[in-house]
Design a protein around this ligand. Structure first.
Ligand code: FAD
Ligand code: SF4
Length: 510
């Protein structure tokens, strides 16, 4: 029976059981499409990275004697629509059965469900064989619960998969070493030079230009840094384990003007395209730890595993538990427009300038830059979550809706009223100063609340608490901050409001 098997751009899993044997009656198809380049405005490195990885994957399949149909963006047969391309191929090649891997995005899942409903040949959906958890697993785990705490899910995952466990107890005696993951980097621990693959992607960049695809950010087409093949992805993992794991946990939350990546793995693109699986990453990290127990502390290893076994699987489960309504949530009723400087990096606030320029130049910012710099500022200035989602979904090479949306709308913007985060992640300039050297060379003074040179985060923070008091003051974790706010004189609160309003109304001047 002639079968057509679809592979989406984020389903490049060469270890999938589909590829264990070749079959002359099976044809695989992959398409570069306007449907995917245009559903939001993406960073150029994101589009290029996906297309380059897809092309390499198709080549790898062909060299292993699989039959492959690959449509480049400019291919004459490419209609730029997933379902029209599929329908045409099914017709042309007399396909008798259509098979596809479960999409991770709601948008594509809906499109393919509709397509198969209308199809008059057999069809079947298969697992992508990537994640530890099934899509519905979180909904079952949290059934009947009012709170969906990541920590409970994470401990259960550790037990279930026997990761860093000694019988039923956590290895080292603690479940979580978060408290020792908060060091500021002051140049003390040596950061080895970054790994870069220097891929030449000029051809894809020219094709995007010819097709007039609108993108954001910058690229050096001769030296594309991200891994775009399975082998490069494995090299990136090897590099992390060999050189960076040793300090990963310590400096996980640190930020620095001279060091963009610090000890972060930069593995999210390889993982989200499925060139690497979370299981092989965790196994490799554990193997390195076992070999170098004298050098690497458990806090570094647990800190990393928590991100992948905990946060990544949790975010995916929450997405599938809460979509599609989740995408419309706006608990705090925030309505302001995203400042223009998010698209240019043109601001005097040094923390934002660094985090945004890093994002524009590299399609990258690490977790704390996303959460406590750009996300924090967007929440303090009460930006409409739709605009924030569009920015985060476009700008990062690793941004795919199933992981971007719960992180942005939930964790960072509290737009779900606390389903993911137990309190809003907001702070004044003091947190940024504690974790980075940004404030040292900023036009604003981190300790000042008033005056032209006062750090905008300081008044925005208190103003945010004041404006959202009705919605937030009953939150147990906010009690201390509200008691401090309520001790302020009405004159001071008025001054804060005036200053914060001035910032919000003239935001692009700051
Ligand atoms: P490392 O710091 O080295 O961490 C290792 C891995 O852990 C990451 O590669 C990632 O796969 C996983 N991880 C860590 N934190 C999270 C998390 N909160 N959720 C899911 N996985 C996590 N991650 C994405 O993959 N895509 C996104 O679109 C995305 N959007 C985000 C938006 C906001 C507002 C925030 C606060 C976080 C977002 N994250 C997203 C999570 C995190 O910032 C990135 O995974 C990380 O910065 C990628 O860099 P890295 O590979 O060097 O990560
Ligand atoms: Fe950011 Fe304020 Fe520090 Fe400047 S002083 S870097 S605006 S936190």
């Amino acid at each position: 029976m002639e079968k057509l098997r679809l592979l989406l751009g984020d389903q490049l899993n060469s270890n999938h059981s589909w590829f264990h044997k070749t079959d002359n009656e099976v044809t695989y198809c992959l398409f570069e499409m306007r449907q995917e380049t245009d559903y939001t405005k993406h960073h150029i490195q994101k589009v290029v990275g996906f297309f380059a990885a897809m092309r390499n994957f198709a080549k790898e399949l062909k060299s292993n004697n699989h039959k492959v149909i690959y449509y480049q963006l400019n291919d004459k047969k490419n209609t730029q629509s997933l379902v029209v391309n599929l329908a045409n191929i099914i017709d042309e090649y007399n396909i008798e059965k259509f098979e596809y891997l479960a999409p991770d995005e709601f948008r594509l899942d809906k499109q393919l469900t509709q397509f198969t409903t209308d199809l008059n040949i057999k069809f079947e959906q298969f697992s992508s064989e990537h994640f530890y958890t099934e899509k519905e697993e979180l909904a079952t785990f949290f059934k009947g619960k009012k709170q969906f705490l990541m920590e409970n899910f994470y401990r259960n995952m550790r037990k279930k998969h026997q990761i860093l466990m000694v019988d039923s107890q956590p290895e080292g005696g603690k479940w979580n070493y978060d408290a020792s993951n908060r060091k500021k980097w002051k140049g003390d621990a040596l950061i080895p030079p970054e790994i870069s693959f220097d891929n030449d992607v000029s051809e894809i960049v020219s094709e995007l230009k010819e097709a007039n695809i609108e993108t954001i950010g910058n690229i050096n087409p001769k030296y594309f840094e991200y891994p775009i093949s399975r082998n490069q992805s494995l090299e990136q993992l090897e590099y992390f384990c060999e050189h960076l794991l040793v300090h990963f946990g310590d400096y996980q939350d640190a930020m620095h003007t001279d060091k963009i990546y610090l000890f972060h793995s930069r593995i999210s693109f390889a993982m989200n395209t499925k060139m690497l699986s979370p299981k092989e990453i965790i196994n490799k990290v554990l193997e390195t730890y076992r070999e170098k127990t004298d050098e690497i502390d458990i806090s570094q290893v647990e800190g990393f595993i928590r991100q992948i076994l905990g946060w990544r699987e949790y975010m995916r489960g929450m997405y599938w538990m809460l979509m599609p309504d989740y995408k419309k949530e706006n608990f705090l009723e925030n309505k302001n427009k995203l400042p223009n400087f998010f698209w240019t990096g043109n601001t005097k606030m040094n923390c934002l300038k660094n985090a945004i320029n890093n994002s524009l130049d590299n399609g990258y910012a690490h977790h704390i830059q996303r959460l406590m710099v750009t996300g924090n500022f967007a929440l303090l200035t009460q930006i409409n979550p739709d605009e924030i989602d569009a920015w985060y979904l476009g700008i990062y090479v690793d941004a795919i809706e199933w992981v971007q949306l719960p992180n942005t709308r939930g964790m960072s913007q509290f737009a779900d009223g606390g389903k993911i985060a137990t309190k809003p992640y907001v702070s004044s300039g003091s947190y940024i100063s504690k974790m980075s050297n940004y404030c040292d060379s900023c036009s604003y003074k981190k300790t000042k609340k008033f005056g032209d040179d006062a750090c905008p985060f300081n008044t925005l923070y208190w103003n945010f608490l004041d404006e959202k008091q009705e919605k937030l003051s009953s939150n147990f974790r906010m009690k201390m901050m509200y008691s401090l706010l309520n001790k302020m004189s009405s004159e001071e609160r008025t001054k804060i409001k005036e200053k914060a309003n001035h910032i919000i109304e003239n935001i692009d001047g700051y």
